[in-house]
Design a protein around this ligand. Structure first.
Ligand code: XMP
Length: 496
C-alpha cells in the first residue's frame, strides 16, 4: 500500500510538503509518550525541534530568549553591525525569563523624565551612566512624580534607593513571582553578577507568562546560560564579526547563504573549525545530495536545507534554481544521516502538518520565518491593517530590496554585483500572540501526527521511513483541495 519514500522521491518530480501525504500506521502509545528531543547540529541538543530564522523581522534577542525558554533555539540575524549582533547574544545569555521590557534609564542628575508625560512609562531606572551598562542606583515611579510639586528636581534627589527591588539574573519566573508577591511590588529589576542591569520585570508581564503552558528548563548550554545561535556571511569581514560573537558567548554559527555550495563557504567552514574547534558551524543552504556532500567534507556540524521554498522567497522565480522542499529535505537528510549530520528544514512551513512531514522525511529541526513573524516576540511594532481588520507586523525576505539596502545583500551574492536584484518580498503577517503559547500548542499537534504514524521519536520516525514501513503517496490537486477545508461559506480558523 502506498510508496516507500525511496521510490516516491526518485521519479524525477520535485515535491513540496503539500504534494505528499503519509499513510497512517499503527498506534501503540499515547500522544504524550512522543518525545521530540533532537539536535540542531552535532553538539547542540534541543528538547523541541524548533529554530527561529535569522531574519531581521523574526529573530533578535527577545525571540531567541523565547525559543531557548521553550527548548528550541533562535538564530540572531546579521543585518546589524557586529557589535549590535554581539549585544543581542549577550542579552539572551543574561536572561532566565523570556521577557524584554526595555525600561527607561536616566542619570541621577537628569531632571524628571518627560517620558512620564508623553508615554505610558510606569517607572524610570536611575544608573550612573543613564544607560543599562552601569549599576542601579534607584528608581522613580510615575506615582512619585505625580505627587511632586517641584517638577524640576533632579532624579537623584527623589529616587528610591531600596536594594530589595533587585533580583539576580538567574531567577526564574516562579522566583520572580514569589518576590513580587512577598514584597507587594509592581516590578523587580534583574541584575547581572557585576551589578549591570539586565531588565525590569513587571507584575503584568509575569501574570501574562503564567497564562501560557508551563516552561521547562529550556535550552541551557555548558555555560549554564540559554543557548543562542547567530548568522554570519562568508566575507573576510565576517571573521571579525565572528570574533565578537564568540566573545559574547554564541553557541552555534549559521553560515547564511541562499546557495551554500560555494568556495567562499567551504573556506569559511574550514576557517571556523580551525579557529574555534569547540564551536558548531551550520552550513547551507543546500537542496541536493552533492551540495551537502561538499559541505560535509569541509567539516560542517549541521546543514540547512531549502532554496526558494520560503513564504517571502522569489529565488525560484528569479533565478530558476531551487527544489520542492519535501524532496530537498528527504534527499539531503538521506546523505547527511550517513555522517551523523543533523538537518534543518528551512522555510515553507505554514501548518503543524508541514512540521510533521519535514521531521519524518529526515530533518532534525524545522526553521521558521513567517510562522513566528507577527508574534509578540518578533522585532518591530504592530500596525492596524484596515482592510483585514487585524493587527499586523512587518515580515520581509532578507533578499528583498528593502532588507538588502540595510546590509543583507551578501546572502544573495548581491554585494559584488553592480545592480541589486531582489530575491524576496516585503509583506506583513497577522498578530499571532506569543510564541510561548503558539509553539507548545503546535508541538502537541505535531505529536499527534507522530502518534498516527506510530513513531514515538524522531529516530523511530526516520527508522520507519528508511525500513520502508512508513508509506507515502502524492496528492493530486483534487486530493489537496479535499484535504483542506472545503465547501463551507465561512469557517472558524482558530486551532487552540
Ligand atoms: P518561511 O517560509 O518560514 O521561510 O517564511 C523562511 C526562510 O526563507 C529564506 N529566506 C529567503 N529566501 N529570498 C529567498 O529566496 C528572501 O528574501 C529570503 N529571506 C529569507 C530563509 O532561508 C528563511 O529561513
Amino acid at each position: 500500500d502506498g510508496f516507500p519514500a525511496e521510490k516516491l522521491f526518485n521519479q524525477g518530480y520535485s515535491y513540496t510538503y503539500d504534494d505528499v501525504i503519509f499513510l497512517p500506521h499503527y498506534i501503540d502509545f499515547p500522544t504524550d509518550a512522543v518525545n521530540l528531543s533532537t539536535k540542531l547540529s552535532r553538539n547542540v541538543p534541543l528538547s523541541i525541534p524548533w529554530v527561529s530564522s535569522p531574519m531581521d523581522t523574526v529573530t533578535e534577542s527577545y525571540m531567541a530568549s523565547a525559543m531557548a525558554a521553550l527548548g528550541g533555539i533562535g538564530i540572531i540575524h546579521s543585518n546589524v553591525t557586529p557589535s549590535e549582533q554581539a549585544d543581542m547574544i549577550r542579552s539572551v545569555k543574561s536572561r532566565r525569563v523570556p521577557i524584554l521590557s526595555s525600561p527607561v534609564f536616566k542619570a541621577p542628575d537628569s531632571r524628571i523624565a518627560d517620558e512620564f508625560d508623553s508615554h505610558d512609562v510606569p517607572f524610570v531606572l536611575v544608573t550612573q551612566s543613564g544607560t543599562q551598562k552601569t549599576k542601579l542606583l534607584g528608581y522613580v515611579a510615575k506615582s512619585d512624580w505625580l505627587g511632586l510639586k517641584d517638577k524640576e528636581i533632579k532624579l537623584g534627589e527623589v529616587m528610591h534607593t531600596d536594594a530589595n527591588v533587585c533580583v539576580p539574573w538567574d531567577y526564574d519566573l516562579t522566583q520572580i513571582d514569589e518576590k513580587l508577591k512577598e514584597e507587594g511590588r509592581g516590578f523587580v529589576v534583574v541584575e547581572k553578577e557585576g551589578g549591570e542591569v539586565v531588565d525590569a520585570v513587571t507584575k503584568e508581564e509575569v501574570e501574562r507568562l503564567k497564562g501560557y503552558p508551563k516552561l521547562g528548563k529550556g535550552t541551557v548550554g555548558s555555560d549554564g546560560r540559554w543557548m543562542v545561535g547567530a548568522a554570519i556571511g562568508t566575507r573576510e569581514s565576517d571573521k571579525e564579526r565572528l570574533e565578537q560573537l564568540v566573545k559574547a558567548g554564541v553557541d552555534v554559527i549559521v553560515l547564511d547563504s541562499s546557495q551554500g555550495n560555494s568556495v567562499y563557504q567551504v573556506e569559511m567552514i574550514k576557517y571556523v573549525k580551525q579557529a574555534y574547534p569547540e564551536l558548531d558551524v551550520v552550513g547551507g543552504n543546500v537542496v541536493t545530495m552533492s551540495q551537502a556532500q561538499n559541505l560535509i567534507k569541509a567539516g560542517v556540524d549541521g546543514l540547512r536545507v531549502g532554496m526558494g521554498s520560503g513564504s517571502i522567497c522569489t529565488t525560484q522565480e528569479v533565478c530558476a534554481v531551487g527544489r520542492g522542499q519535501a524532496t530537498a529535505v528527504y534527499k539531503v537528510s538521506s546523505i547527511a544521516s550517513q555522517s551523523g549530520i543533523p538537518v534543518i528544514a528551512d522555510g515553507g512551513i505554514s501548518f503543524s502538518g508541514h512540521i510533521v512531514k519535514a521531521l519524518v522525511l529526515g530533518a532534525s529541526t524545522v526553521m521558521m520565518g513567517s510562522f513566528l513573524a507577527g508574534s509578540t516576540e518578533a522585532p518591530g511594532a504592530y500596525e492596524y491593517d484596515e482592510k483585514k481588520k487585524c493587527r499586523v507586523k512587518k515580515y520581509r525576505g532578507m533578499g528583498s530590496l528593502e532588507a538588502m539596502t540595510k546590509g543583507s545583500d551578501q546572502r544573495y551574492l548581491g554585494d559584488t554585483a553592480k545592480l541589486k536584484i531582489a530575491q524576496g518580498v516585503v509583506g506583513a503577517v497577522a498578530d499571532k500572540g506569543s510564541v510561548l503559547k503558539l509553539v507548545p500548542y503546535t508541538m502537541q499537534a505535531v505529536k499527534q501526527g507522530f502518534q498516527d504514524l506510530g513513531a514515538s521519536s524522531l529516530q523511530s520516525a526516520h527508522d520507519l521511513l528508511r525500513s520502508k514501513t512508513l508509506r507515502l503517496e502524492v496528492r493530486t490537486a483534487a486530493a489537496q483541495v479535499e484535504g483542506g477545508v472545503h465547501g463551507l461559506t465561512s469557517h472558524e480558523k482558530k486551532a487552540f
